[in-house]
Design a protein around this ligand. Structure first.
Ligand code: COA
Length: 168
């Protein structure tokens, strides 16, 4: 039987940190589904279609056992529907722990058959988040070390950095 894992998130936008976690999860499971939460309380910069397209471009080309989907409602219900055995989460720093423990505990309470597997984020990416990347990009900073080229380009387009800088 195929062992399937779900890697959920908002991915607004996907970063090298997410890509690295996905690559590692893809070695551990037969199939990994990167699942974009539609019900995220976050106000997003990219539409869900844009986030999906960026993930497709940045994560799927070299990883044949990774898929991308959008899910609505409770994560555990989606995981069950997909026949997955695990939820993948990346841990960046101690500060992530409390929130992750809460999420893993509530998910386990909701469905005791679903395990949450934590992968330590590579130290190179342990201090980044999608919000930080967006802040830096909005101010014209270089984010090329932290996001794939397609995401960098999309951020530039959103913030029209070239145009703004060109006018100054
Ligand atoms: N590298 C870089 N950044 C990372 C990272 C990594 N390895 N792992 C996480 N991050 C960043 C993300 O970019 C994000 O940044 P942001 O806050 O600036 O946007 C931040 O860390 C938190 O990301 P994440 O932990 O993935 O949270 P999320 O808000 O993106 O996703 C859901 C949370 C969607 C998984 C969760 O809300 C959920 O399951 N929702 C469905 C509803 C549900 O079932 N609720 C009950 C259970 S909580």
């Amino acid at each position: 039987m195929q062992k399937i894992a779900v890697y959920p998130g908002t991915f607004d936008p996907v970063t090298f940190g997410h890509v690295h976690i996905t690559q590692r999860a893809a070695k551990l499971f037969d199939k990994v589904i990167m699942a974009i939460a539609l019900d995220s309380s976050k106000k997003t910069l990219f539409t869900v279609e844009e986030r999906m397209a960026l993930i497709e471009e940045c994560c799927l080309a070299d990883l044949p056992n990774v898929e991308i989907e959008i899910f609505e409602g409770l994560l555990v219900n989606y995981v069950k529907k997909k026949g997955a055995v695990a939820i993948i989460r990346g841990l960046r720093a101690v500060s992530d722990f409390e929130n992750e423990m809460q999420m893993a505990s509530i998910n386990r309470h909701l469905n005791e058959n679903v395990e949450t597997i934590f992968l330590m984020t590579d130290s190179e990416y342990s201090f980044i988040s999608s919000s930080v990347i967006k802040n830096v990009a909005a101010l014209g900073g270089d984010v090329s070390h932290f996001v794939p080229p397609a995401v960098e380009k999309a951020l530039k387009k959103k913030f029209k950095v070239g145009e703004i800088n060109g006018k100054r």
